[in-house]
Design a protein around this ligand. Structure first.
Ligand SMILES: O=C(CO)COP(=O)(O)O
Length: 246
């Protein structure tokens, strides 16, 4: 099975109605039908999902959210459910981003519960994993990744095959210091091995962390890098589309 490349933008907590409209209209205009070989997705803050639905419906660009609740509905003030995301046309949701893990205490168990809720609602979860700089320096990358993925790998192969995994080394996020293609590939190959053992060898594995128009092509040459999760560069239409075209 050949895997379609996937390039996702994570806007994080950036944007406004005006800025988003400008960015999205430029993406639509410049994209045309040029990248049918690549799935292109933007993940916006929750309040802007209606705007994405309005502006992107009928375009080749898909949209998603950056987080969601593990619960279906109920007394969970401030939370947003998977079915609410579906109401706004989302097909994708980022889960377990390192900022959620580090700043909001999300555990592997919580990320698993959110993943199950997303799958149940028919969303594609993009589960983020990655080691910190200290863990990297202590050669703990594989054990950290294994820990983060272990519970997910116990999902049935049918469910697991509906996931996307994003490897985002924390030390590469927002630092301008991307992992080298070889460094990223070695971790992706390790993740691929785990997925193979779990009978889901074709799950797409994205790399994230300071991806830009200059380094994207070399990253994408690696056999187990199936696309990118892009932060800062996804806020500039030209940069984001250059990455998608790389
Ligand atoms: O966290 C990221 C995407 O989820 C990566 O962010 P940067 O591309 O800004 O390093």
């Amino acid at each position: 099975m050949t895997k379609k490349r996937l390039v996702m933008g994570n806007w994080k907590m950036h944007g406004s109605l005006d800025q988003n409209a400008q960015l999205l209209n430029q993406l639509i205009a410049d994209l045309g039908n040029a990248h049918s070989q690549t799935d292109i997705v933007v993940c916006a803050p929750h309040p802007y999902l209606a705007q994405l639905q309005q502006l992107l419906s009928g375009s080749p660009i898909q949209w998603g959210a950056q987080n969601m609740s593990e619960h279906e509905a109920g007394a969970f003030t401030g939370e947003v459910s998977a079915t609410m995301l579906k109401d706004f046309g989302c097909q994708w949701v980022l889960l377990g981003h390192s900022e959620r893990r580090a700043l909001y205490g999300e555990t592997d168990t919580l990320v698993l519960a959110k993943t199950q809720a997303a799958l149940q609602a028919g969303l594609t979860p993009v589960v983020c994993v990655g080691e910190t700089e200290a863990e990297h320096e202590q050669n703990q990358t594989q054990s950290v990744i294994l820990q983060q993925l272990q519970q997910l790998l116990e999902l049935s192969p049918d469910l697991l095959r509906r996931l996307v995994i994003a490897y985002e080394p924390v030390w590469a996020i927002g630092t301008g210091k991307s992992a080298s293609p070889e460094q990223a590939q070695s971790v992706h190959a390790y993740i691929r091995g785990l997925l193979q053992q779990a009978e889901a060898p074709n799950v797409r594995i994205l790399y994230g962390g300071s991806v830009n128009p200059t380094n994207a092509a070399d990253l994408f040459k690696m056999p187990d890098i199936d696309g990118a999760l892009v932060g800062g560069a996804s806020l500039k239409a030209n940069d984001f589309l250059s990455i998608a075209a790389a």
